[in-house]
Write a protein that binds this ligand. Structure first.
Ligand SMILES: [Zn+2]
Length: 325
């Protein structure tokens, strides 16, 4: 967790105290109001609970957002984050129609991603651990490939649902002591790594339970993209792109820059395999406006332009695959 000494904020990712205000509380408040208003105006017939993780986020209180001048990462004011966040995730309620909707949507998502996921080169019987397995759609995909996969998640409702699909899921936080050294061929962490308080320690522990040459795949929001859009004179032009990628209002405790993520992995005993920029999802959520996905080609052009910046990733999200040395 980031430390605050007097008025000084330390970066929770690299420890630097060379941090500054990235967005005021008022700016974040206005962006969150835009997100919520957008969905309320357009989808009046959709039950409010269907907006979970689309415009209703665990981290959507207005607060100051900071940036680190050394590693270029971005993070919410640590003081704004409740100490009960883990309990809130444990008790996070998902009605069955939302669970069914997410299950179908993410099954389609991983099927769309089959080429990339199978390019990781895992064999039948490979031992795979997913941290943050949610409704279990990735575990379903892994099972379809013949991988020996298990998941863990602290959420009671999502884990119960995944188990009802016959998937192997433990309801608990990650603890390396629950596993053997060199146990897994691959560890997958999708939309979850940005929540870890002590990422350096976690990376070392993941290294310990991976076999030599084992793969670690992380999907996480990209601070490089947030810098490019939030600090642009044309921020308003990027509103729908930010909104469609769950980034408007910066509803994550931490967002890694590509450089910070790669440095963290390198210092934890990993070598890079591939960093792939991407959007949050290739499947239009039920609550999205219809033309967002028809404009993807235009957005891809902008991402590629941003990508030309040396040592940066131009896309809203990153898939980072690295290998245990
Ligand atoms: Zn930093």
């Amino acid at each position: 967790m980031a430390k605050i000494r007097g008025n000084t904020v330390s970066c929770p990712l690299c420890g630097s105290s060379n941090c500054s205000v990235f967005c005021s509380k008022e700016e974040i408040s206005s962006d969150i109001a835009y997100v919520k208003g957008y969905f309320q105006r357009r989808f009046q017939d959709v039950p409010a609970y269907m907006f979970k993780d689309t415009c209703d986020f665990m981290y959507d209180d207005p607060c100051v957002v900071y940036s680190c001048c050394d590693c270029s990462s971005i993070f919410r004011d640590p003081n704004s984050i409740t100490s009960h966040i883990e309990e809130l995730y444990q008790e996070d309620e998902y009605p069955i129609d939302l669970l069914d909707h997410l299950w179908n949507r993410y099954q389609e998502e991983y099927t769309n991603d089959k080429t990339w996921l199978t390019s990781l080169g895992l064999q039948k019987g490979s031992r795979v651990l997913e941290i943050g397995s949610h409704v279990g759609a990735f575990l379903w995909f892994a099972q379809e490939q013949g991988w020996d996969a298990e998941g863990l998640d602290i959420g009671n409702d999502v884990s119960t649902y995944a188990r009802s699909k016959g998937l192997k899921v433990s309801v608990k936080p990650f603890n390396a002591n629950d596993y053997e050294k060199d146990e897994f061929n691959a560890i997958i962490i999708l939309n979850c790594f940005e929540h870890f308080d002590e990422p350096k320690l976690i990376i070392e522990q993941l290294n310990w339970i991976l076999k030599p040459g084992g793969l670690l795949a992380i999907r996480t929001p990209n601070a490089d993209f947030i810098w490019r859009t939030y600090k642009s004179a044309f921020k308003r032009l990027f509103f729908n792109t930010l909104l469609g990628n769950n980034l408007l209002g910066i509803s994550f405790p931490k967002c890694y820059s590509s450089r910070c993520a790669m440095d963290l992995l390198s210092s934890g005993g990993f070598e890079p395999v591939i960093l792939r920029g991407r959007e949050l999802t290739s499947v239009a959520p039920q609550t999205f406006y219809s033309n967002f996905y028809s404009k993807k080609q235009l957005r891809d052009m902008v991402y590629r332009l941003f990508d030309l910046q040396k040592n940066q990733c131009g896309y809203p999200w990153m898939d980072i695959v690295s290998r245990k040395k």
